[in-house]
Ligand binder design. Structure first.
Ligand code: URA
Length: 197
């Protein structure tokens, strides 16, 4: 349960200015044995109130998408790049991301997931600073035994039907991304052949 101890430390973090305006820090939650870790951007209003990730509208969509591929919160882990809500949900500042990133590094080294799903550009750019989400979403990349799978942020799908369709399609492939180990299928007849970024 070292992950939980780490989360207790995160809950009282004062490494950047966001601690002054937060209600609660949002360390993350889920199954510490999970193979898949989802990483969002930063808590919003409801997450800040509850101290839990993805409990607002975007979280409801995330729950729905998980259920469609036979998953639930109890089978995965959910984290954010920044653990405290930026005021008025503004974008996190580079210094806030930098101050917070050692927490994420420690969490990932304890969880050691096989598959990291980045949600949105902040999360993608934390791992791959020069990649653009519009080019690489839905494509896995394997680095040192970890598969990275970038997706658009579910919040983007809340008001745009086209974006929702893209996220749903990218989500559908998740189970085969894990099964394939992030490799391109060798059999060209395989229906869900994955292309890498
Ligand atoms: N958006 C995020 O990126 N993370 C949350 O926890 C909630 C909304």
């Amino acid at each position: 349960m070292i992950v939980r101890l780490l989360e207790e430390e995160i809950a009282s973090c004062t490494r950047c200015g966001l601690h002054k305006t937060r209600t609660r820090a949002v360390p993350g939650e889920g199954n510490p044995e999970a193979e898949m870790v989802f990483i969002g951007e930063a808590p919003g209003f409801f997450e800040d109130q509850e101290g839990r990730p993805f409990v607002g509208q975007a979280g409801k969509l995330l729950d729905e998408l998980l259920a469609r591929v036979g998953l639930s919160r109890s089978k995965v882990y959910i984290l954010n790049i920044v653990k405290c809500r930026p005021p008025q949900n503004r974008d996190p500042l580079p210094e806030e991301i930098n101050a917070c990133s050692p927490w994420l590094t420690s969490q990932l080294s304890l969880l050691h997931p096989r598959l990291i799903i980045t949600l949105g550009r902040y999360s993608l750019n934390h791992f791959f600073p020069s990649e653009s989400i519009s080019k690489v979403h839905g494509k896995p990349r394997r680095l040192e035994n970890v598969i990275y799978y970038p997706m658009y942020h579910p919040a983007a799908a809340l008001h745009q039907a086209r974006m929702r369709q893209i996220i749903e399609e990218d989500f559908k492939v998740l189970p085969s991304v894990l099964k394939s180990g992030g490799k391109v299928a060798e059999n060209p007849d395989q229906p869900q052949q994955l292309s890498l970024f």
